[in-house]
Design a protein around this ligand. Structure first.
Ligand code: AHR
Length: 334
């Protein structure tokens, strides 16, 4: 009796709901494309969960880069999981693995060095989490990341060499402060500078050492250069402004005049470089833009929504000299 009543109730329910109800919601089986439900699938910034593996806080440039990422996420309402690897590749790898476990929508990373990323990037790919390289490239197969957003470091090195050649009339004993060994900007700024120098046989690089992109190391290495080569040095090429500022301190300690006795060209165009140019201590700076937050999140949203994006989104960058520094400094955002 009880069983019969249950059966009758079940049949009545089936009649009310119709034939498809016992399997799946009918909308999953509609044969006509439903543009309104497609629209609902598109994520907005407020839906996005982004993991960001920053490499550290070694320079004025990096500080500006971090602020740009964090502030833009806040303005857009993106949920940002941000980890600072404190200058260690191992920490960056751990950060990426954490983001994979957390199932973020997408990962942004500034790889501290170019090599050693294949395994962890493959893990992200296997988990279906796309990676955008921000600021620095990684030497991995193209299918392991969706896009690179950042500068043309080779061209920055070439620009620095062209400026230097003008400053020294094609004749100089140069010491070079190299960035973090194995990093994309250090590798490319090193190579780009030398490409141009091939046309200037009287411009010699007499010493080259890493200052790890920091002011303290730049000062230390420049002290050693001065002890070794003294007045022979006529020019400094620094892969970033922080190291140039450290070198300026060492040159002054040594009793020489930066910008006059020793010409100095660096890369970044951070505020510290403008102040040094205004003070008559730096000859030029080549711009490298750290304000990548807005472009990064725009790319991230497109990727998550399956829209096409370029393989490389290059930054547009300038070069700056002392004569314009006072006018330009108030407009600088980093
Ligand atoms: O990758 C960009 C470089 O990293 C900047 O030139 C330097 O200042 C930073 O530390």
């Amino acid at each position: 009796m009880k069983i019969t009543r249950i059966f009758i109730s079940f049949v009545a329910l089936m009649v009310i709901l119709g034939p498809g109800c016992s399997q799946q919601p009918s909308s999953s089986f509609t044969s006509q494309p439903d543009s309104s439900s497609d629209m609902k699938l598109q994520k907005t910034y407020e839906d996005l969960i982004v993991g960001y593996a920053q490499l550290g806080a070694e320079s004025e440039w990096r500080a500006a880069n971090t602020i740009s990422i964090k502030e833009t996420a806040e303005q857009l309402g993106v949920e940002l999981r941000f980890l600072d690897a404190q200058q260690k590749q191992d920490n960056q790898i751990v950060a990426v693995r954490k983001f994979i476990v957390q199932k973020v929508d997408i990962i942004g990373i500034s790889p501290i060095v170019e090599t050693g990323w294949d395994e962890v990037f493959q893990e992200a790919k296997d988990a279906g989490i796309p990676i955008i390289l921000v600021d620095r490239r990684a030497a991995v197969p193209e299918d392991l990341y969706v896009s690179y957003l950042g500068s043309d470091f080779l061209e920055e090195g070439r620009k620095a060499a062209r400026i230097m050649a003008e400053l020294v009339n094609g004749n100089a004993n140069i010491v070079e402060l190299v960035g973090t060994i194995g990093s994309a900007p250090a590798n490319d700024r090193y190579t780009g500078f030398r490409e141009i120098l091939q046309d200037y046989p009287e411009m010699q690089i007499i010493d080259s050492e890493s200052g790890d992109f920091t002011r303290a190391r730049g000062r230390e290495v420049m002290r050693v250069f001065l002890q070794k080569h003294g007045n022979q040095i006529t020019a400094v090429y620094a892969h970033n402004d922080d190291m140039a500022l450290g070198a300026i301190e060492a040159i002054e300690e040594y009793g020489l005049k930066p910008e006059v006795d020793i010409k100095i060209v660096s890369v970044d165009a951070a505020r510290g470089a403008f102040e040094a140019m205004i003070a008559g201590k730096l000859n030029a700076t080549v711009e490298c833009n750290p304000l990548l937050g807005p472009q990064f999140f725009e790319l991230a949203l497109k990727v998550v929504n399956g829209q096409p994006i370029p393989r490389w989104v290059p930054s547009i960058e300038d070069v700056f000299f002392p004569e314009d520094a006072s006018e330009i400094l108030p407009t600088r955002k980093y």
